[in-house]
Design a protein around this ligand. Structure first.
Ligand code: DON
Length: 577
């Protein structure tokens, strides 16, 4: 996305007390992927979202205020990746209390959903359906985050997004391409075609795209509060859209209606959850607990690696393979996920001992995280590979002048969610419930169920040393999120890269699948070595779109976005000196 017509900073003056004068760097008019400085820092995929967050920080807001403001702007400028009718996970380091909090804003299944609700439905049909729309968690996440940890009101935090939605942004190639790739299904819904195919085609590159209906939706949310969605009129409209999708007359698409009721919206809560925590090379790595598999899988892989005498790319792929086998077998939104055991050193040692010179043949079987560990137990469970994943969703990082840190993943799942805009509201519905296992799959922890949250791979991560934050990171990319976060951590702490290099380095992802996907640069560097050790490699042109920040000492922060993946990201600091 390119610059908005009106700088978000101008908008905020109306409601946030002025901060002391600072040596603010001139605002870049284009995305810059790396910035280093003081007083706060932000990285997102989008210049407008980063500017909005920086503006909040400059006006005296904290990291949570800035993260919510940026998230809401991303709902405008990255509407196919995120929005108020989606979900996400937020990890927050609270500097005053020296404590890591996490918010689970994952969508829920309606009460009427059962383990067989998706059985027999082709995946692609599930993607574009009312059935796949989960009860949205993003608005509840913003509300909870602001009430517990922020200083801005809900209304204030939405203000920059309202401005961007009404003034518009310049359509870039990525937005055009994403719209074009979705055109076949967008045209099948009257509301979506009207918004995103204005003259029967995607808005041209260079044109200004305005979304006044979304501006009004945010305004109403600000005026009426989250209850407008969770049981109020907006909620009723979401339910009506899910149950009777506005299919274009003459369309032959089989659009399955959803099961959502207003009572499902009334029942929704974003939840404060205990983070996952593992210690790795003297660092404490905090992440998201179930229903995300992000924290447990990154954590288990790090523990496995720590149990090995040497860490290289072969070991990275093998640890990830084993951790994914356990994720697939044990992690979901169910009671009794053996989280403590999955993250125990004993279990990690048992798993690590399976790693040898040659690659294990995937899919490998899960281990037995039962608390009783031998020196080298052979797994006995049933192996399952990880499903295919798309590249969308978004992640942002924020640090403020007080040392608070946010890592926040938000999503509507597929590029363009379920493809259905709520008529008159300017927002696409999510299709997060396609993250459930469709089944039949007896014993699978991730089958759908009433009120259940689909297992996620989102892995917003904060790393502490001696109780103070040193790093924060995360990425989009479905289950490749986990390997991207893991690989960046290894690049930074084992492979001798600085943070900028750690993000830019070519990626590979092994998720207990027959082939390891890898970017071209990774293939060029490691193909021969890894094939000699039994790995099968296949090209994946682009894996992830990470954002990260690192404290460099004496309040200096470096914030890093992608140099080129997904068109590059936008990093800014409050003060360069
Ligand atoms: O929660 C998850 O892991 C996914 N629904 C996130 C979506 C994403 O990154 C793009 N992939 N399909």
């Amino acid at each position: 996305m390119r610059p908005v017509l009106l700088p978000a900073a101008a908008v905020l003056i109306a409601f946030v007390p002025a901060a002391p004068a600072v040596a603010a760097p001139a605002e870049p008019q284009q995305k810059v992927p790396v910035a280093t400085g003081y007083g706060g820092a932000v990285a997102t995929v989008d210049l407008d979202a980063t500017k909005a967050a920086i503006s909040v920080l400059r006006r005296g807001g904290n990291a949570v205020d800035a993260a919510v403001a940026a998230g809401a702007v991303l709902g405008v400028t990255e509407p196919y990746s995120a929005g108020p009718t989606g979900g996400g996970f937020l990890v927050y380091y609270d500097a005053a209390r020296r404590k890591v909090h996490t918010i689970d804003g994952r969508e829920t299944a309606p009460k009427a959903m059962t383990a067989s609700s998706f059985e027999g439905i082709p995946f692609e049909e599930g993607v574009t359906s009312g059935l796949s729309a989960g009860v949205p968690g993003t608005v509840a996440t913003w509300d909870l985050a602001l009430r517990r940890f922020g200083t801005l009101s809900f209304r204030q935090a939405l203000q920059p997004a309202i401005e961007v939605a009404s003034k518009g942004f310049v359509v870039d190639q990525t937005f055009y391409d994403q719209t074009a790739a979705n055109a076949a299904r967008f045209k099948d819904f009257t509301s979506t075609a009207k918004l995103y195919l204005p003259n029967g085609a995607p808005p041209p590159v260079g044109s200004v795209f305005r979304n006044p209906e979304l501006a009004e939706t945010y305004r109403e949310l600000g005026r009426r509060g989250p209850g407008w969605l969770y049981g109020g009129r907006f909620g009723a409209e979401i339910v009506a859209t899910v149950k009777r999708p506005p299919v274009t007359p003459g369309s032959t698409r089989n659009v399955r209606p959803g099961l959502m009721e207003l009572s499902d919206l009334t029942a929704y809560r974003a939840l404060l959850r205990e983070p996952t925590k593992v210690s790795y090379e003297g660092l404490d790595v905090y992440g998201m607990a179930p229903p995300s598999s992000g924290g447990s899988t990154v954590g288990e892989a790090l523990n496995i690696l720590q149990a090995l005498p040497h860490v290289g790319v072969h070991e990275y792929l093998e640890a990830s393979k084993l951790a994914f086998a356990d994720r697939n077998a044990y992690v979901g939104d169910i009671p009794g996920v053996p989280l403590k055991e999955l993250l125990s050193d004993g279990f990690a040692k048992e798993r690590a001992c399976l790693i040898g010179d040659q690659a294990l043949t995937p899919p490998v079987a899960p281990g037995n995280p039962d608390g009783s560990y031998g020196p080298c137990a052979q797994p006995t469970g049933i192996a399952s590979p990880t499903a295919k994943e798309g590249p969308e969703t978004t992640h942002l990082v924020v640090a403020d002048r007080w040392g608070n840190v946010v890592a926040y993943n938000l999503t509507i799942e597929s590029t363009g969610g379920n493809g259905i805009v709520v008529p008159g509201r300017g927002v696409l519905l999510n299709n997060e419930l396609t993250d459930f296992t469709f089944g039949p799959a007896p014993g699978d922890p991730n089958l759908p169920g009433p009120g259940k949250r689909p297992r996620s791979s989102m892995a917003p991560t904060v790393v502490l040393k001696g109780g103070k934050p040193v790093l924060a990171l995360g990425s989009p990319g479905g289950s490749t999120i986990i390997t991207t976060v893991l690989q960046i951590l290894l690049n930074r702490y084992d492979f001798d890269m600085n943070l900028e290099q750690a993000l830019a380095a070519p990626r590979a992802t092994q998720r207990n699948t027959a082939q390891t996907q890898a970017e071209q640069g990774f293939l060029d560097a490691y193909r021969a070595e890894l094939e000699a050790r039994g790995h099968q490699l296949v090209l994946n042109p682009e894996i992830g779109a990470a954002t990260a920040l690192e404290f460099l000492g004496r309040d200096k922060v470096q914030v890093v976005a992608e140099p080129s993946r997904r068109g590059g990201g936008s990093a800014m600091v409050v003060r360069s000196r």
